[in-house]
Design a protein around this ligand. Structure first.
Ligand SMILES: *Cc1c(COP(=O)(O)O)cnc(C)c1O
Length: 395
């Protein structure tokens, strides 16, 4: 492109949904030293790096123990295995979450019982929880979606009254807080994912189970490694759910930056809120989207919560059109999640139908994640707001 044509066109600002290269550039030397340390040791499975990460995440999250595992999905699977969940059992969660929350339950032959979400937070609607409990309920999995914790006090009160263990799906919520306590530290179990797009992301798959007692931690470790106790003597049928030392070494470097990265995401969220509101693009209630389908309903931070914004998810009435418009302006967005889990083909045997969870279904039609990564520039953020304004104006 020559200089003349450049000045005659609007400058193109590309905004990816997530820019991991920008993050890596800030920690490249430290990461390479950590990787070298593992390569020189030639110890690749569990070991000191993983134990170090387990201690550091437990301390960061304020929970008793961390057990490093091969992914967030495997963290849930191994926890359900340790709870001996199987055929005839029921596990309660929401239909508006990442697939594996319900997928792990199905893999063990148990039945997922869904409870609808709250419209503003996308988290489990506690007022509908108790009615879903039956004598077969073996566990409850509240999901801390997008980085904001579910309303844990009433969840724990109900679960404790029925003697049912709770597993916090904190895959998207490391460092999130509810009344001063961090994700993974409130229920009997919790888990994190270190998938690269999570706020603490590895260089591949990884995850961690959190728990409050040494007995439970010990039990998870048993199932993590084939049920060995001792090696080659199998007490139970476990699996290979081990975390690699390379991932742990990378994650230990990144954990030192997590608080500052979270602060960056939170300040980006504040900036979006004020910029979108100043331009008159927001609506105050979800119901207003009926009359103003191009309005933007901003993410809500529930009182007493620290949201860590793994995703900044707006709701809008012409979501697919807005996504296509933004794509045309080189702005990356994502729909988490386009299909509520009770309507997925693989779960037809659960017997649910459209209309069973109307709040989840509407969220699946309206939600859109905007770029919120720590390193986004002011110019990039402004490009997102300008594009939303242009769409609202009917451009
Ligand atoms: C990412 C995620 C998981 C699964 O984690 P993986 O590490 O990808 O297996 C589970 N639940 C939720 C809500 C997630 O976002």
């Amino acid at each position: 492109m020559n200089a003349a044509s450049q000045t005659s066109e609007t400058p193109v600002v590309t905004v990816p949904l997530l820019d991991l290269k920008a993050q890596y550039a800030t920690i490249r030397t430290e990461i390479r030293e950590a990787v070298d340390r593992v390569l020189d040791s030639q110890n690749f499975i569990l070991g000191g790096e993983v134990e170090g990460l387990e201690r550091e995440i437990a301390a960061y999250s304020g929970c008793g123990f961390g057990i490093g595992v091969s992914s967030g999905t495997d963290a849930l699977l191994v926890t359900l295995m340790a709870l001996k969940v199987g055929p005839g059992d029921e596990v309660i969660t929401t239909p508006y979450t990442f697939f594996s929350t319900a997928g792990c339950v199905a893999r063990l032959g148990a039945k997922t019982v869904f409870v609808d979400i709250e419209p503003e937070t996308f988290n489990i609607d506690v007022t509908k929880l108790e009615a879903a409990i039956t004598p077969n309920t073996k566990a409850i999995i509240p999901v801390h979606l997008y980085g904001q914790m579910a309303d844990m006090d009433p969840i724990m009160e109900i679960a404790n009254r029925h003697g049912i263990p709770v597993i916090e799906d904190a895959a998207q919520a490391i460092g999130a807080e509810y009344k001063g306590r961090r994700a993974g530290a409130i229920a009997q179990y919790g888990y994190f994912s270190f998938f690269p797009s999570k706020n603490l992301g590895g260089f591949g798959d990884g995850g961690m189970v959190t728990t409050d007692t040494a007995e439970r931690a010990d039990d998870i470790k048993l199932y993590r490694n084939h049920g060995y106790r001792p090696k080659y003597y199998n007490r139970v049928v476990g699996g290979n759910f081990r975390l690699d030392a390379l991932q742990a070494a990378v994650l230990r470097v990144k954990l030192n930056y997590l608080e500052s990265w979270t602060a960056g995401r939170r300040s980006n969220a504040d900036a979006y809120r004020s910029l979108l509101a100043e331009r008159g693009l927001t609506v105050a209630t979800i119901a207003e989207l009926t009359d103003r389908p191009r309005g933007i309903f901003l993410p809500v931070e529930a009182e007493g919560n620290r949201h860590i914004y793994n995703q900044f998810v707006i709701r809008t009435g012409q979501r697919n059109e807005l996504q296509a418009f933004l794509k045309g302006r080189n702005i990356g967005t994502e729909i988490y999640y386009p299909v509520s889990l009770h309507l997925q083909d693989c779960f037809t045997d659960l017997g649910y139908k459209r209309g069973d969870f109307p709040v989840s279904e509407q969220a699946a039609d309206q939600s859109l994640a905007l770029p919120i990564f720590t390193e986004i520039s002011d110019e990039q953020r402004m490009a997102v707001v300008d594009a939303i304004a242009a769409f609202a104006a009917g451009a």
